[in-house]
Design a protein around this ligand. Sequence first.
Ligand code: BGP
Length: 479
Amino acid sequence: MPFKKNFLWGGATAANQCEGGYSEGGRGPANVDMAPWGEDRQSVITGRMKMLEFDDHHFYPAKNAIDMYHHYKEDIRMFGEMGFKVYRMSIAWSRIFPKGDETEPNEEGLSFYENVFRECHRYGIEPLVTITHFDCPIHLIKEYGSWRNRKMIKFYERLCRTLFRRYKGMVRYWLTFNEINMIFHAPFMGAGLCFEEGEDEWKVKYQSAHHELVASALATKIAHEEDPENKVGCMLAAGNYYPYSCRPEDMWEAICCDRNNYFFIDVQSRGAYPAYALKKMEREGTMPHMEPGDAELLKNNTVDFVSFSYYTSRCASAKPELHENTRGNLIPTVKNPYLESTDWGWQIDPLGLRITLNALYDRYQKPLFVVENGLGAVDQPVEGPDGELTVEDDYRIDYLRKHIQAMRDAVTEDGVDLMGYTTWGPIDLVSAGTGEMRKRYGFIYVDRDDQGKGTLKRYRKKSFWWYKRVIESNGECLD
Ligand code: BGP
C-alpha cells in the first residue's frame, strides 16, 4: 500500500471563499470581504488601493460566496459521501471576535463552528482548522494598522486560546496562518496591510512577518499546553524554483527566490531566523524590532508538521527581463518553456510536487501535509444520465491523478513522511486571486456565476466519483 493506513484524504476550503453570511450571526467585517471582483482587485489585495468599506460600484464576491454558512450540512454530507477522512477549513476571525479586540468572544460564531465540527464527526471526518486563512477584522486594520502592530499578537493569542478551549477534543489538527509567505506578495489580503505614500513597504512587511511568526509560536505553545493531543502545522505557498538555465547566476537566483519562501518555515520549523535572512534584512535595512523573549519563544515552540499548497513550480533567471513571465498563485515567475499552462497561466508540473516534497523533507525532517493542490478551470455543466446536471471534468481528474502519482513516488521511492492530502476547493468556491466563480476547482459544481447569480444548487461532477474511488483504495486506484 503506497500511503499510510491512516492517510488523511480530503479537501480544503477557506471561510471567506465559501461561507458568505458576511453580516450574519454577529460577524464583523474583514479585509477578505473587501476584495472586489474585477480590475481593482489586484490593487486592493496588494495594499496599494485602500478599501476598508464596501462601496456601491464594486461587487464583493465574498459577501455571500457559495453560502456554505447555510449549506454546510449538505456540503459536509457530500464530503462524507466521497469518503473524506479530513476536511480542512478555516475560522473567520470576525465571527469569533467581530472587532478583534474584544475580551469576550461572540457565542453565535463559536456555536456555528461547533455545529460544523459535529457534522464532520458524524461522517468520521477529522477537521483540520486554519486559524487564519488571510482574514483580519477590519477594526484591527483601522485601529491598529493590522500586523505591523505588536498588539496583534495579543488579539491573535486570545482567538487561539478561545478556539483551543472550546473545541478541545473536537479538533486536533491546526494550522496557524495560511500561506504565511503571502504577506510579501498580497499584503492586504494576506495580512491586512495597507501602505502610506513614501512608506518603506519591505520594512513594514518584515516587521509584520515577525509579529506573525511570534504569534504562530505562541499559538503552538498554547495548543500543546491546552491539549497535548493537538498537532500544529505551519503553511507555505510552496513550489520550488528551477534555474532557467545551468548558468551559475540563474542557479543562484533560484536559491535566493526559494529562500524568500523558506524564510518563514525555517523560523516556524527550525526555531530561529536563518543566517541568510538576518544578513539580508541587515543589508536592506528591514531588520524588524524584536523584543526580549521572542527568540526563546520561537526556539521552544516549533511546529509538529509542515503543510503547504502546491499548484505549480517556479522558474528563476538572473535576467528575468529577457524572458516571458507568467502568473502562478499570486507570485509571478519566469515562464518555464517545458511546461503547459492552465487557462489562468499557472504552469502544470506534477514532478515539481515530488521535487518540492523532497526539498521540504530534506530541509525540515518533519511530517509533511499537502493541504492544497488542484486545477482551476472553466466547467461546462451537462445533463447526466440521471437527469441531474454534472460536469465531465476529465482534465481535472488528469491533473489530480498525475499529482497524486508524484506524491506516491515521493513516499514510496524517496521515503518522504506524508500525513495527508487535501485538494483545493472540493466544492466550487470564489477564487482568492481573481474573485471569480468561473475558475472552478471542485468535485461539486455550484450554480453561481461571477456576478453572484445562480440557484446555489450543488451537483456532483465526474471527478466526485473518481476521488471517492481514490480514497476508498487509499490511493491505489487512480484510474
Ligand atoms: C491559495 C490560497 C487559497 C486558494 C488557492 C487557489 O493561494 O490559499 O485561498 O484560493 O490559492 O487560488 P485561486 O483561488 O486564486 O485560484
